[in-house]
Design a protein around this ligand. Structure first.
Ligand code: GLC
Length: 688
């Protein structure tokens, strides 16, 4: 077996180039079928393709072995290809979409699910996933909010790190994406341009990628978007100065799908050759699918426009990644068809994702109708009642036939004695899976007219309405909210969806999840988020809207969201009191203790998420009205109390005053503790 340095010494420039190329699986297989039509679209020969360094989107372990054999036997370099896939929230046993998982505020469950998915993926012959996606999102019109952790930079970093740890425990390499600020697409329109001040970029949009570096992900993916006029594959300051030099990332940078040659359509590169020159000089190590490296790298090196030393550095990183995945020793090192069949959809894996699903369901409203008693006289209606495709977007190899619908889940508890009519209606409504994810931006994010009519009609007939809402984004619920006696926001929960929903409806599991995106009252409020800037004319109260106020407000809608970041109810009633701070002053590198008393005054045991926010009241730059800095998920039995403590450090008060100056400034800070970002206890401290 050759060493990496021996490969670098002996590979031809064309063979080196192929290692920096990632092909879609169908191109490789097309060579087998002599289907040159497919190859013409990338203008590559069979020989070139067989030398490819990595391959994405292969459908199963049998195909992976077949494609790997095709490459190794047909190639000259004889280096097995690496296989990657978007395992975003499950491989075959699917767990809730990441936007829902973040709402658990429970890194351990996120880590457990990622580890489970990794074990299934590795048995399926994969070596890397294109996850975690940690783009900050503030606009529910964008379809890919479902893949993110929502609008808070701190939570995005926490959840991204948990996924990387979980994937690694399961033997899978991770890819932090999409670097950078893809989620800031103007007007929530997919692939749209992004334009951010350095202040906004460094204090909000870059934080989660930066945080993920602490877990040493193997890959980072560059994003499609132009940022301040330059497509990301052209942003030397971010790809080299920040990612590689300041953050010290020494893994592999891979482009998004054809993103490198899309610099032509962006109007940033003249032609394919220019695209390759730009991206290579920014050390985008792997080009995904578009063939500009394959067509022009050797020419660019021969003309001295890209140094071979740089190519060798890029090649070294790719070979180090493949060595780590065991590919320099064996083909498909851990692919195991029998093991894949044993563990995928096993009862153990189903129970892991069912628990995650139960903990991802957000209770938005409950006037006492929930939890059901077995004697409750309810019936089930709505499009989503029998729907088995409840996986949302990016479901990898998940299949609807393996999923549990709401009706299935209720029958698993009640047997077939499910009522046909009663005084409580469970209305299963919302989006279909295909309405969210990539290329699924929408200008109207209201609940559909058919669903509104259904809920109103049920209400008018005197039924109590329990709305069970499926979605991959915050929907505008303003019109149906008044007609619902309870609202369960169930997102897309994956394989065990119906069982989890049934368990929550009957109180076999308790709702505990929170929202990680603000829910707009109207789409016109988008982008809407909790960590906003005050403005010079803040509107103090949100109980009216009218013309002529000359305040930072709308004439026709409240400023506040319908439901704020961090919001979610339980079946019990946990209250906070006695907020105390150990010291009213904090100095550089100092720390103090914030404590609060939590008491379960309700009728059930329950979990709550106690959240700590700060506000820098006065700074050399205006500062957000609130920023999440820590949280504690607590379980309190009925009648139980507990004192919850947080360490508040001076580092938590810091911000990027400039991109190279991460400091806190002297002055007063408000300290908030609450069960959501709106209803908080507050004290004030002083940074001295
Ligand atoms: C897609 C997505 C990216 C994904 C890649 C490979 O276009 O933008 O998130 O990892 O292509 O499927």
């Amino acid at each position: 077996m050759k060493t990496i340095e021996e490969y670098i010494k002996t590979l031809s420039l064309e063979e080196k180039t192929a290692q920096l190329y990632q092909a879609a699986a169908f191109y490789i297989k097309a060579t087998e079928a002599e289907n040159t039509g497919t190859l013409d679209d990338i203008c590559l020969s069979k020989e070139q393709l067989y030398n490819v360094g990595s391959i994405l989107n292969v459908s199963n372990v049998k195909e992976i072995k077949e494609v790997s054999n095709l490459c190794v036997s047909g190639s000259t370099a004889k280096i097995p290809p690496m296989f990657m896939l978007d395992v975003i929230h499950g491989y075959k046993t699917i767990y809730p979409i990441p936007l829902a998982m973040a709402g658990t505020f429970d890194e351990s469950i996120v880590e457990d699910c990622a580890e489970m998915a990794a074990k299934e993926s590795v048995a399926g012959g994969l070596q890397a996933t294109f996850a975690p996606m940690v783009d900050l999102v503030r606009d529910a019109r964008w379809g890919r909010v479902m893949e993110s952790a929502g609008e808070d930079p701190y939570l995005g970093g926490v959840m991204g790190r948990a996924q990387i740890r979980g994937f690694r425990k399961g033997g899978l390499c991770s890819c932090v994406k999409h670097f950078a600020a893809y989620g800031a697409a103007e007007a929530g329109k997919e692939y749209n341009t992004t334009d951010l001040s350095d202040y906004n970029l460094y204090n909000f949009y870059l934080r989660s990628y930066e945080e993920c570096m602490k877990e040493k992900p193997e890959l980072v993916m560059t994003s499609f978007n132009a940022l301040n006029g330059v497509p990301l594959n052209g942003r030397t300051d971010l790809l080299i100065d920040l990612l590689r030099e300041k953050w010290g990332f020494d893994g592999v940078v891979i482009s998004d799908y054809r993103a490198i040659t899309e610099m032509i359509a962006h109007g940033f590169a003249e032609d394919e050759e220019h695209c390759a020159e730009i991206a290579l000089n920014n050390e985008v190590d792997i080009e995904m699918v578009s063939p500009s490296y394959m067509h022009y790298l050797p020419k660019l090196v021969k003309e001295g426009r890209v140094s071979e030393e740089k190519v060798d550095r890029m090649l070294r990183r790719v070979l180090q990644l493949k060595q780590k995945a065991g590919l320099l020793e064996n083909q498909c090192p851990k692919a195991n068809e029998q093991k894949e069949n044993e563990i995928c959809l096993s009862s153990e894996h189903r129970s892991i994702v069912r628990k995650a699903a139960e903990k991802s369901i957000v209770l938005l409203k409950n006037n006492g109708v929930l939890p059901f008693k077995k004697t409750d006289d309810f019936f089930v209606v709505g499009d989503m009642a029998s729907e088995k495709d409840v996986m949302g977007s990016w479901r990898a190899h998940g299949k609807a036939k393996d999923c549990v619908s709401v009706l299935d889940g209720l029958k698993n508890i009640l047997g077939d004695t499910l009522q046909t009519d009663g005084d409580i209606a469970v209305a299963c409504i919302g989006e279909k899976s295909y309405m969210t994810g990539e290329s699924a931006s929408k200008v109207d994010i209201s609940v559909s007219k058919a669903d509104v009519d259904l809920v109103k009609n049920l209400h008018e007939k005197g039924k109590k309405v329990v709305a069970v809402i499926f979605a991959g984004r915050p929907l505008v619920l303003t019109e149906i909210e008044p007609y619902c006696d309870a609202i369960l926001y169930v997102w897309f929960l994956g394989t065990e969806s119906g069982n989890a929903i049934a368990n929550i409806l009957f109180g076999n599991a308790m709702p505990s999840a929170k929202l990680t995106m603000s829910f707009p009252r109207a789409v016109g409020q988008c982008p809407i988020y909790y960590n906003y800037f005050s403005t010079g004319r803040p509107k103090k109260k949100d109980d009216y809207h009218r013309a002529g106020d000359y305040l930072a407000a709308y004439q026709d809608e409240y400023n506040a969201p319908l439901y704020p970041f961090g919001y979610g109810l339980t079946y019990t009633n946990i209250n906070l009191s006695s907020l105390q701070i150990s010291n009213t002053e904090i100095e550089e590198n100092g720390s103090l203790t914030v404590s609060v008393l939590a008491k379960n005054e309700g009728e059930y045991d329950g979990e709550e998420v106690v959240q700590l926010y700060v506000q820098d009241k006065f700074g050399s730059l205006v500062r957000p009205v609130k920023e999440l800095k820590a949280y504690r998920k607590i379980l309190l039995k009925k009648g139980e109390s507990a004192k919850i403590e947080f360490a508040l450090t001076e580092e938590m008060l810091r911000f990027y005053k400039t991109k190279d100056n991460f400091v806190s400034e002297v002055g007063e800070f408000n300290v908030f503790v609450g069960l959501n970002s709106r209803d908080c206890l507050m004290e004030t401290i002083k940074r001295i």
